[in-house]
Design a protein around this ligand. Structure first.
Ligand code: NDP
Length: 449
């Protein structure tokens, strides 16, 4: 059952459906934000007067292009790539690139839309954008991935720039791919423009703690939610979905807070280790060897691997969805609540379905939505841009300290905004409204552009 929108917002949503047919994830992301905005329009009529919501739902620019490339056997492949430059009211478009076979315009638009509010919430001077391709990197050699990245950048470079649009990684795009993309950008433009990409390697303009930032930030946010309830992560049992960049560093930070991780996953199955996940082993399997998580149970005899298993069926105190969109549905949410889960922090973007979110909120558990909980990644990307602009390189400790301050501030802003607009403890409402107001005010100030 979907929540009914405020009557002023219904025609706007109908228009979004009509203008963007078949883009289910985009519709879902827009609906979820509009659900929160009724009280904002009542308090600030200037947003309706300037048609800010209609404008915010329409990307400023959408680029779709062909990416031809040759595999190691000399066969030609054609992929499709996207860059959606959603909103630049607060700064250059900023958001990652995703390589996954499921990518189509609707996914990139949902991610770009979310990014606008997340970036606003981070307090940094960055607009929102997102990109990607339906290219599947699984099973591809390093040279194939390099050729694909070079071909993609041969078109994309003309749309980028440190003051225009600054991509980063996402699913399927880590430091290796960022290297290939940045290398080709540098070659074509004949410019060493460090600030045009974030998530770079430490030797060539990257920031310490960027790799860790999204997962660390998610856990800092969850700990803040628990603190607000006079509780903490210490001694809690956690379950994490995925075993990629966000999942690995969410596990690391949760362990530093005294939590025990008992399960993680990938798209093939789930690993359960009641003694506590051995993170060094996960890092070796995923970051060094690029293999499947099933290898974990081959090496740890006391761990169990369940092929196609459901990670949310494992009882826990805290759930951290860190894999992909709509991976945690109403049925999963019900089970988690029944089994005593007290907090959920979204490391991934929109991993919980609307029904799942409602079940968590009705049960009164602490729920941190992705656009707030995982904003530490993009915030640290903005710190990387700051270091690039001043030709500086900060220590890990200093960068992590800044990340922690930013996450605590995001938590505080969501908490206070939810209170101010009559939904105490509802971080979804707090995040949507606080993000929207910052972007909306900048758009009003800049006139009809
Ligand atoms: P990675 O590619 O490093 O890892 C993704 C993980 O999720 C892998 O374990 C992958 O398994 C699993 N996964 C991906 N797709 C599916 C699927 N359809 N079904 C089940 N499992 C899946 O990506 P990241 O860790 O960077 O990103 C994870 C999430 O976090 C995404 O939602 C992303 O948008 C979000 N995010 C990432 C940020 C970042 O800084 N990287 C910043 C903010 C949000 P497998 O290897 O088997 O595919």
């Amino acid at each position: 059952m979907t929540v009914r929108l405020d009557e002023k917002l219904q025609p706007i949503y109908q228009d979004v459906l009509r203008r963007n047919p078949g883009e289910d994830e985009f519709h879902q992301a827009v609906h979820e934000v509009l659900e929160s905005l009724g009280p904002v329009l009542a308090k600030y009529p200037e947003f309706a007067e300037h048609k800010i919501i209609q404008r915010i739902c329409e990307p400023e620019r959408q680029i779709i292009f062909r990416v031809p490339w040759e595999d190691d056997r000399g066969e030609t492949h054609i992929n499709r790539a996207f860059r959606v430059e959603f909103n630049s009211a607060l700064g250059p478009y900023k958001g990652g690139m995703r390589f996954h076979p499921s990518v189509y315009l609707g996914i990139i638009k949902f991610l770009g839309f979310e990014q606008v509010f997340k970036n606003a919430l981070s307090g940094m001077p960055i607009g929102g954008g997102k990109g990607g391709s339906d290219f599947d990197p699984k099973g591809r050699s390093e040279s194939e991935i390099m050729r694909f990245c070079q071909s993609l950048m041969t078109e994309l470079y003309r749309h980028l720039g440190e003051y225009t649009d600054v991509p980063a990684g996402d699913i399927g795009v880590g430091q290796r791919e960022v290297g290939f993309l940045f290398g080709q950008y540098k070659r074509i433009t004949n410019r060493y423009e460090s600030g045009v990409f974030t998530g770079k390697g430490l030797d060539w303009g990257g920031s310490r703690a960027r790799k860790e930032a999204t997962g660390y930030g998610t856990v800092i946010f969850v700990n803040e939610m628990l603190k607000a309830r006079s509780d903490s992560l210490d001694g809690k049992k956690c379950v994490v979905s995925g075993s990629g960049n966000v999942a690995i560093y969410a596990m690391e930070k949760a362990m530093q807070h005294g939590a025990k991780i008992i399960a993680c996953s990938d798209s093939s199955g789930v690993v359960i280790d009641e003694q506590g996940i051995d993170l060094d082993l996960v890092k070796r399997i995923k970051e060094v060897e690029h293999r499947r998580i099933s290898v974990y149970a081959d090496e740890k005899k006391k761990a169990r691997y369940i092929e196609d298993g459901d990670v949310w069926a494992v009882p826990c105190d805290v759930a951290l969805p860190c894999a992909t969109q709509n991976e945690l549905n109403g049925k999963n949410a019900k089970k988690l609540v029944e089994q005593g889960c007290i907090a959920v922090g979204e490391g991934a973007n929109m991993p919980t379905t609307p029904e799942g979110v409602r079940i968590f909120q009705d049960a009164g558990i602490a729920f941190g939505p992705g656009k707030a909980a995982n904003a530490g990644g993009v915030a640290t990307s903005a710190l990387e841009m700051q270091q690039n602009a001043s030709r500086d390189s900060w220590t890990f400790e200093h960068t992590e300290e800044r990340l922690e301050e930013i996450m605590i501030d995001i938590h505080r802003r969501c908490f206070e905004t939810a209170d101010e607009f009559g939904s105490p403890g509802n971080y979804v409402v707090g995040a949507n409204i606080a993000g929207f107001i910052r972007v909306g005010r900048a758009m009003v100030a800049m006139g009809l552009v």
